[in-house]
Design a binder for this molecule. Sequence first.
Ligand SMILES: Nc1ncnc2c1ncn2[C@@H]1O[C@H](COP(=O)(O)OP(=O)(O)OP(=O)(O)O)[C@@H](O)[C@H]1O
Length: 248
Amino acid sequence: MSVVHALPDATSGTAPVLEARALAARYGHVEALHPIDLHVAEGELVAVLGPNGAGKSTLLRAILGLVSNSGTVSLRGTPLPRQNPVAVASRGVVLVPEGRGIFGPMSVAENLELGAYRLRDRAEFARRRERVMTLFPRLKERLTQVAGSMSGGEQQMLAIGRALMAGPQVLLLDEPSLGLAPRVTEEILATLGTLNGEGLSIILVEQKAPLALELANRAYLLSVGRIVATLDPREITSYDELAQHYFA
Ligand SMILES: Nc1ncnc2c1ncn2[C@@H]1O[C@H](COP(=O)(O)OP(=O)(O)OP(=O)(O)O)[C@@H](O)[C@H]1O
């Protein structure tokens, strides 16, 4: 069996944008995430991959403080508030949740405004909105449309657009391709590649591992609540082989 060599989980030089140390999470008595160390370097796109129930969503929720957790999460070396998702988001750690979490009865424009509800700088608001319109021209055509009446792909674009309105330092995405046709998935992942190319740091949880690996600088493999490997996607020749090795 040939699998790639695991990379050491260490950062060189400056502090990572985001760093979790001994981060663990539980639902009642069930420990869904065992203590893990994880980091995202400046401008990195990090994929988190693993089978159903591995704890990928829980990991993102623990970073935000949406689930009972222990350990520390730091943003550029400063510890984030614990169990306070609103405060964490306001520091720039922004989640696009599984299922998108858009406000269906509200318009596209209103959903985007909510993403920037803390922002008082109108010029910055306009700049961010223009950027979202450029990234997702389909949203521009549908600004007055009720968000819940849009296609799944358009709703996912809106969810990402709304997150961008918050001015993220790190963008966390939970299965953005879920339920989408291949062409729409490719379009959305290509946009994530564009954002990352502009320097945005991203954690991408994705079931469609080969697609995520095409974009990622690094990948963590999660299994039964533990990181079982940290990998360089360029060295992965077969994800199936990898999955057999680590998840069997
Ligand atoms: N609200 C909850 N209450 C109790 N257990 C939960 C809850 N949410 C998740 N779990 C459990 O925690 C574990 C990790 O779930 P999680 O959703 O994080 O996995 P995942 O890797 O994101 O899976 P998937 O790819 O299917 O979304 C699973 O065993 C799951 O059953």
